[in-house]
Design a protein around this ligand. Structure first.
Ligand code: TYM
Length: 340
């Protein structure tokens, strides 16, 4: 008798369509999304509902949503293998999120470090959505019974909260949600800014020249940013936990992940280097070569919005097939009158 094959683990992750996708997004998350497509059942979501928790210019948001979709496909997300969809196309996310909001204690949300850092900057204008942002993220994940969530280090706290919310709901209303596991890489989970290796590379207003490398940057822009990357006054080119060496560590991490070399092979490549200049040049060469095909494929895809929309509609259908029955179950569990 042949054993029934066990179902493939289900993966869900998301990315905001605000700002431009950068190397931190790619190496911390998207490179892994592409890798796991063959052996896992994958759902990747462009989270426009999350993006508007801070004001977005409507025209830009629309452009960025298609832009991120094109970039994800250009990075290797294959719509034949993975469901790639826009969050607002699947109503269940907003519905599920409301119910989960009502089981989440306020204190849990006020403790979130991402909320605290964003809210501190603009206290008066902070939206209620920014506070409840992680609950929507929990809905994104829990509605799919995801087993694994590949993300960068900055999302760890949100995933812990997701598990807490799932447990609380299960406790109050009976076993409903699976507890997902974060998939956080050892290397690349926190790519740092090139101009300041103590701060995470980010898309925000610090997305100035020299801070981050965007996936659509030109060769000149990439070389400019890497040439000026902040390092230290030493010469040693090795991975290190020493905060003083954070700049060099960051450059070695970029090199390692883009060449798919081991830590030892990466260090060996620089054993004869004359100084950090050699390292920066080598990293720039590798980044330029890695991003070239992505940029070319992006240019091709973005020029055909009808095809992009068609692929996103297929992704949304696949997503709805899971999320709709799940949100229906959630409504039944809390005692809503769900018409037949
Ligand atoms: P977002 O859009 O900020 O980032 C998308 C992914 O990129 C990772 N990332 C980084 N990784 C390494 N180094 C960096 N400097 C860096 N910057 C960003 C993020 O960790 C993330 O994995 N809240 C999420 C989006 C989201 C989501 C979800 C994720 C909404 N629903 C459900 C997982 C599951 C966010 O704002 O990611």
């Amino acid at each position: 008798m042949t054993a029934t094959p066990s179902p493939r683990p289900r993966v869900l992750s998301g990315i905001q369509p605000s700002g431009h996708m950068h190397l931190g997004n790619y190496l911390g998350a998207v490179q892994k999304w592409v890798e796991v497509q063959d052996e896992k059942e994958c759902f990747y979501c462009i989270v426009d509902l999350h993006a508007i928790t801070v004001f977005q210019d409507p025209k830009e948001l629309l452009e960025q949503t298609r832009g991120v979709a094109a970039l994800l496909l250009a990075c290797g997300i294959d719509p034949a293998k993975s469901a790639l969809f826009v969050q607002s196309h699947v109503r269940a996310h907003a519905e599920g999120s409301w119910v989960l909001n009502c089981v989440t204690p306020l204190g849990w949300l006020e403790r979130m470090t991402q909320f605290k850092s964003k809210a501190d900057k603009e206290k008066q204008r902070t939206s209620a959505g920014l506070l409840t942002y992680p609950v929507l993220q929990a809905a994104d994940i829990l509605l799919y019974d995801a087993d694994e969530v590949p993300v960068g280090e900055d999302q760890r706290q949100h995933l812990e909260l997701t598990r807490d919310i799932a447990q609380r709901f299960n406790h109050l209303y009976g076993e409903t949600f699976k507890l997902p596991k974060p998939l956080i890489r050892e290397f690349g989970a926190r790519i740092m800014g090139l101009d300041d290796p103590t701060a995470k590379m980010s898309k925000g207003s610090s997305g100035t020249r020299g801070h981050c490398i965007r996936l659509t940057d030109s060769e000149d822009e990439i070389r400019y940013a890497l040439k000026r990357a902040v390092t230290d006054s030493g010469r040693e080119i090795q991975f290190s936990d020493d905060p003083e060496k954070a700049g060099v560590n960051n450059l070695l991490t970029l090199y390692k992940l883009l060449t798919h070399k081991s830590r030892e092979e990466t260090e060996a490549d620089f054993s004869d280097a004359r100084g950090y200049g050699d390292l920066k040049k080598a990293v720039a060469d590798v980044v330029v070569e890695a991003l070239r095909p992505i940029r070319e494929e992006y240019d091709r895809l973005i020029s055909d919005p009808a095809e992009l929309d068609r692929l996103l509609a297929i992704g949304a259908d696949k997503a709805r097939a899971l999320a709709e029955p799940k949100v229906r179950l959630v409504k039944e569990r809390v005692g809503f009158f769900v018409p037949g």
